[in-house]
Design a protein around this ligand. Sequence first.
Ligand code: ATP
Ligand code: MG
Ligand code: MG
Ligand code: MG
Length: 571
Amino acid sequence: MKISRFFISTQKDDPADADVRSQALMLRAGMIKKHAAGLYSYLPLGLRSIRKVEAIVREEMNRAGAIELLMPVVQPAELWQETGRLDQFGPELLRIKDRHDRDFVIQPTSEEVVTDLVRSEVRSWRQLPLNFYHIQTKFRDERRPRFGVMRAREFTMKDAYSFDRDFEAAQISYRVMFDAYVRIFQRFGFEFRAVAADSGAIGGSLSHEFHVIADTGEDAIAYCEGSDFAANIEKAEALPLIAARAAPTQTLQKTPTPGAAKCEDVATLLGIPLQQTLKSVVLAVDGDKPGQAATIVLLLVRGDHAVNEVKVSKLAGLASTRMATEAEIVATFGTPPGYLGPIGTVHPVRVIADRTVANMSDFVVGANAVDFHYTGVNWGRDLPEPEVADIRNVQAGDPSPDGKGVLSICRGIEVGHVFYLGTKYSAAMGATFLDDKGKSQTLEMGCYGIGITRILGACIEQNHDAKGMIWPDAIAPFTAVICPIGYDRSEAVRQAADALYAELIAAGVDVALDDRGERPGVMLGDWELIGVPHRMVISDRGLAAGTVEYQHRRESAPTVLPLAEASAQLQ
Ligand code: ATP
Ligand code: MG
Ligand code: MG
Ligand code: MG
């Protein structure tokens, strides 16, 4: 790009009303222009970075098997009525009427529309799994739009939606997206962390946020160096300890072999006081191979929050040891089926009964394993409150709820979010398919967002200095810039700069040539502010000695190179 034919509009001083550095720098560098609270134009320079962010996200989504489409920004309110979100969403949802007085919303996300699409287009299990995504404008009437593009009202999001035949398959889709997100944020060169999160207005039961670590982040994250515990503090009411773990990758074959054991037997065998057992739920009995001693996983559950996990091997003497080939929950206690999916290193657990039970005495666990029946004790009365991982008020140095070390606290900017939704939307909207036996089943869903435009702000928060932004190569508005000193005056400088530029363009380098003829101080200051990572200065003085000056944006002084090496240095 020749800058004389591009549009650059930099300002010398910070704008008065910027809340954070990224916002001030983006405005000063002319990457964005503010029109009203939370409403921005992305100027040509900013749009170049946005397109690069989109390209990487698109590449990794496609690689992960997601399929791109485009859904409308304006959506019929009836669809939102079907799921109840028209009422639930509150004032963040922008509602409008058309000329016929019909109600519409401007999409803050697209669960309703994608579910409407899939319920009419997908018929058979053979079409599954499916994951549709789009990169599209969103509108949220944020209570306090601020921090520039990080909390705008109109912004760009990549949102993906997975559809699966059953819980196991949905967990795999979730895991595939989780891994794709890790790759995406690695490619941006971010220091980031995946943390357990509340699922908020989107709904669903399992979710992780991806946070760029930055002091200006709006969210506080508690994490444990000694384990994989990490959770968003401000969102966390009582997070399941298991949620910060990686989702499972293995699935088990279904070979139901009913077995039965008494609650008391298990309690005795495991050495757990009966009282304790009463407020716990055995979720899975599982082993790798038939005949192998089973591993039993106990999740202590209260309400819909798992609060502890005990793994015990060697269940010799119980019927369950014979059924070591699979693990299934037939019911969950006080929590929607599906919630208890990923349980860390243990095999995934499949919910085969679509019901929750109200009483411990009704509780039956593991089609292939242990039947838990308890009578005589009134569940829930006179029992001590079980512990929950309530980390809202934790301090650095407090013990980690998983008992594996102490907590550290840092601040983060949420740039991505993955949710396992279960059948929340598909059930409400009647999105079903015919399974391999011809039976109608409700689709299992997940949804996965990345804040495309927020990523720019988050990146700058992590990468800037007193002079301006410092872009990673992957998403810099230009990867390299040629800064000729005296382009308008010196024939030698102009020729050398043009030749280098032509060579780099031919080699496919995303290079800018600053041919504006600006004074050196202004020109170099502009590119330091804009934060292009690689810069080559060409001057008469250098050319007389056959040299140019290369400087990476993170370096404090240039390196003098032979002119002949200039092109190779930038490729
Ligand atoms: P936040 O907690 O910051 O309000 P959110 O949890 O409401 O975000 P999600 O519904 O999870 O956001 O949307 C997915 C992604 O969209 C977020 O992880 C974030 O990167 C981005 N995003 C959400 N709200 C905004 C906004 N107002 N401006 C820019 N990006 C946003
Ligand atoms: Mg929000
Ligand atoms: Mg959030
Ligand atoms: Mg979120």
